[in-house]
Design a protein around this ligand. Structure first.
Ligand code: ADP
Ligand code: MG
Length: 685
């Protein structure tokens, strides 16, 4: 149970003043559901603002505070933005621009004819001066506007900087000081502030020591939890599995395994023969052939008289895996079921029965395969595909299913650098597929300026006429969701006008059924062109799709670009990836795109990505979901993780578990970072 002293931090967000149902959704999007989340919602950066008397004093690109009087609302049809035309009193007109569906809200904030103080970045749109989504709008005399250095928080639509800042301050006020879990010598050497002070400082301004301490806390929590898992796993009992090869011998493979695949299979076989449950990560770039390795492991389990389950992150992927496995294992006679949350009634019952009585040997599905209502006769192997979508805690819960702890094989296509493997997967053994199957056609990657859009569409037309399929990807980020969505929809409309019904659109705001239906049409080849936001990142396999166009490629991270590009180059045909870039590029963006052109090697891209981002890239450009960490930046992970690991070892192994004053404090830390499954293992083990 969570210690009482953390209760106020874990209280739900609506216990904060000013959080009603209206804010729930935007806050949830940012992962802000409890008080502590606000305390840890750290500013991306700080801006200096200049108060100007009128727009003549300001230059384009500058962050300003200026008094403006709204004159007129201009909205265009459809999804276009709302522009509030406003005057500065010196004869200049400036548009205050809102994208998305918050027009009503904007009009309420900006009544016509009434002067308001606007804080935001002055931009230019054609001849028009504009401020897009201002950070603050207030009647004169607001204190936030007097502040010349202010935090800039990650936002989602429907939230303002002022709102978030006020909530963060409330959350901080509720945080009591906690006992120290960091080793005193280290604290001293690094000149780190105490936990609560560090939080306060990190919201107030650039403060490297405060940020460092908070990052270290997270890394230490993670290191402790991973060590606890490893320790407990060592003492657990699984089922040693020995296969005789009778099923694996009947696999219908149209190819010979690569050396890397054979090596990985050997390592897995070795693990599964042990009493201690396997905890292995299979890391291999997109297309390196992880599926067949998983199948070999699953067949081994069945040969040994047990069942195996494969967990996929999405329904589409589950279905694809089911098809692939069924095809490859057709002559083995094993029964492979597909089970997703959508199965209802009779179909569902019959699968549940089959898993219970053992007539189903293998099941492929989404997390539905681990619901409480699902009971296995003898589940001995769990394979988890696209590992990074699931947290370690969740994964552990899953593997508690069988009477005995099943062996666990996790697969990921995210080629994280070696230094980070330890951080993210410290408790697992790793097999790497570092060799591509032979005969792959290299993907021809080119960087093309957006001005040449016409040529690109022409090339696309020839491509589609040739009978092949293509992807067209548009960026989509949380901070800019409605504008991005509008842009994606506009592009879709244009392409549809040109290519007709063969074009489908998939984006994150579609209902899952609609998304799946569109994907299905593309997978079956009825749709020829898939326009998408980044939702196609993981796993989809359409060999006939050999052209990938990525719009505003400079806005994507390298890892993401690499994953996206991996959607093509899957068949025998030659594949092309066109990276469309905007007019102005930062130096880092330029190097990123150049690297994409230069290499197809995911591991190399991952290493260089780390370097490029480590070199002082703004924290705000970090992508969510590419790291197990919310607080620590890549640079901090590299610098501080080895120390955290060493310290965690000392705390757990030398001091015999988390006892004593520091040990108790460390337990608080584990709860704070929700690695409390680590504490539970400690108790149980
Ligand atoms: P991923 O690692 O991305 O999951 P897959 O398992 O989907 O990769 O494999 C990608 C493609 O490569 C599939 O079409 C698969 O049949 C093929 N493949 C896998 N192993 C080999 C091999 N050793 N030789 C040739 N093709 C292979
Ligand atoms: Mg795969």
């Amino acid at each position: 149970m969570r210690p009482d002293r953390l209760n106020s931090l874990f209280a739900s967000a609506d216990s904060l003043k000013g959080v009603g149902p209206g804010l729930a959704r935007p806050l949830e999007k940012l992962g802000l559901t409890r008080v502590k989340d606000f305390a840890y919602h750290l500013p991306d950066r700080f801006v200096e603002r200049r108060a100007v008397a009128d727009l003549d004093e300001a230059s384009v690109g500058e962050n300003i505070v200026v008094a403006l009087t709204p004159l007129e609302y201009r909205s265009s049809a459809g999804r276009g933005p709302l522009r509030v035309m406003a005057s500065d009193g010196a004869g200049n007109v400036c548009a205050i621009t809102y994208f998305g569906r918050n027009g009503g809200w904007a009009k309420k904030q900006l009544p016509l004819g009434e002067k308001r103080w606007i804080a935001g970045r002055l931009d230019q749109f054609g001849q028009l001066l504009q401020i897009v989504h201002p950070d603050h709008v207030s009647e004169a005399g607001d204190t936030a506007l007097g502040q010349l250095v202010e935090p800039v928080y990650p936002l989602s639509e429907g939230l303002s900087q002022g709102r978030i800042a006020a909530l963060a301050q409330q959350a901080l006020a509720q945080a009591e000081p906690l006992p120290e879990w960091i080793e005193p010598g280290l604290l001293d050497k690094m000149q780190w502030p105490a936990w609560r002070d560090a939080l306060v400082l990190a919201h107030r301004g650039e403060h490297a020591a405060a940020r460092g301490r908070l990052a270290y806390d997270e890394l230490l929590a993670n290191a402790l939890a991973l060590l606890l898992v490893k320790q407990s796993n060592r003492s657990r009992v699984g089922t040693p599995l020995h296969g005789d090869g009778r099923l694996r011998g009947k696999l219908s493979l149209p190819f010979a395994l690569t050396g890397a695949q054979r090596r990985a299979i050997g390592e897995i076989e070795g693990d599964m023969a042990q009493t201690a449950p396997m905890l292995r990560l299979l890391q291999g770039d997109v297309g390196s052939g992880k599926t067949v390795v998983a199948l070999e492991a699953m067949l081994l389990a069945v040969e040994a008289g047990a069942q195996a389950a494969l967990l996929a992150p999405t329904e589409i992927l589950a279905r694809q895996h089911h098809e692939t496995l069924s095809r490859m294992a057709a002559r083995t006679g094993v029964t492979i079921a597909l089970f997703t949350g959508r199965d209802k009634g009779k179909a569902r019952e019959s699968i549940l029965m089959g898993l219970l009585d053992g007539s189903i040997d293998m099941v492929v599905g989404t997390h539905a395969i681990f619901q409480d209502t699902v009971t296995y006769r003898n589940l001995a192997l769990v394979v988890i595909d696209e590992q990074h979508r699931f947290g370690v805690g969740q994964r552990l819960m899953l593997t508690q299913k069988g009477k005995r702890i099943p062996h666990c094989l996790a697969m990921t296509a995210t080629p994280i650098p070696r230094t980070l493997t330890l951080a993210q997967y410290g408790e697992m053994d790793v097999s790497r597929l570092d060799e591509m199957p032979p005969g792959r056609q290299p993907i021809d990657t080119r960087v093309v300026a957006i001005e040449r859009l016409g040529d690109v569409v022409g090339a696309l037309a020839r491509h589609l006429e040739g009978g092949q399929q293509a992807y067209w990807v548009c960026p989509m980020v949380r901070e800019n969701e409605s504008a991005d969505l509008a842009a994606a929809e506009a592009r879709f409309a244009e392409l549809k006008a040109r290519f007709g019904e063969a074009v489908v659109l998939v984006h994150g705001q579609l209902r899952p059924e609609a998304k799946d239906a569109a994907m299905e049409r593309f997978v079956r080849g009825e749709a020829r062109l898939l326009v998408a936001t980044t939702v196609i990142e993981v796993g989809v396999d359409v060999p006939n799709a050999t052209l990938m166009v990525i719009e505003q490629a400079e806005r994507f991270g390298l890892a993401q670009l690499h994953q996206l590009r991996g959607r093509v180059g899957r068949g025998a045909g030659k594949s092309t990836c066109l990276l469309l870039r905007g007019e102005t590029l930062s130096e880092t963006a330029r190097r990123r795109l150049a690297l994409m052109r230069e290499t197809l090697d995911g591991f190399r891209i991952a290493e260089e990505d780390l370097e490029l981002r480590g070199g002082g890239e703004l924290l705000g450009t970090r992508q969510s979901g590419d790291s197990a960490f919310r607080v620590a930046s890549l640079e901090q992970i590299q610098r501080l993780l080895p120390i955290a690991h060493q310290d965690a070892h000392l705390l757990i192994e030398r001091d015999g578990g988390l006892t004593g004053e520091r040990g108790e404090a460390a337990r608080l830390l584990l709860y704070l970072f929700e690695r409390d499954w680590g504490v539970q293992l400690l108790r149980g083990g």
